[in-house]
Write a protein that binds this ligand. Sequence first.
Ligand SMILES: C[S@@+](CC[C@H](N)C(=O)[O-])C[C@H]1O[C@@H](n2cnc3c(N)ncnc32)[C@H](O)[C@@H]1O
Length: 207
Amino acid sequence: MSQPNAALMDAQASLEAVIKGEVVRMYQEVADKPDTEFHFYHGREAAEMFGYDPGWLERAPSGAVASFAGVGNPHARSALQQGEVVLDLGSGAGLDGIIASWQVGSAGRVIGVDLNPAMCLKAKAHAAATGTTMECHEGPMEEIPLTDASVDVVISNGVINLSFRKRRVIEEMFRVLRPGGRYSITDIVSAKQLSQSIVNDPKLWAS
Ligand SMILES: C[S@@+](CC[C@H](N)C(=O)[O-])C[C@H]1O[C@@H](n2cnc3c(N)ncnc32)[C@H](O)[C@@H]1O
């Protein structure tokens, strides 16, 4: 088997760092200035389009709804039960974590993980504003800051497509899931091979 080329690995590591920087910047902007025009659906319009229960959107803090940047509805298949431990991978401003916390109740636990510490602060504040609690750990989904087999259900919405190392994210997800655990993920896949000019463009990657 051929050895990975060191120069190629360096180039990939620096592209990954640039992409992560752009991802953090882009979704920080969605959270801070949700009224800005973005070239992807977000906020209430997106949540309604993906079939979120209108009652949830009324009950959740307006800031969490306005900053929603998911691509689908992971709650449609998560079948969360009271008392379960849920990980929201790439929890953003917290809308999905808050909805999950209502479903698992006070006997359960919702843990967000986000690369951006400012998003964790927002998610926790939004959860507190509805009288519920959501933990949030700053960290990369490629190295989830949780112990093995510590989670019943992983939910994630529009996040894994942003990773440079998607296989690693999936391995990490299965590491933290308990045996018999479940996942409900909504994300973007491309049926076509993307051109190198798209793959290497941090702005396009981040959106
Ligand atoms: C498209 S937003 C989705 C946020 C949230 N799931 C929602 O539906 O509103 C992507 C979120 O994932 C976080 N994120 C991006 N790359 C990450 C990574 N490598 N590890 C952890 N979080 C990441 C971003 O900081 C951002 O909050």
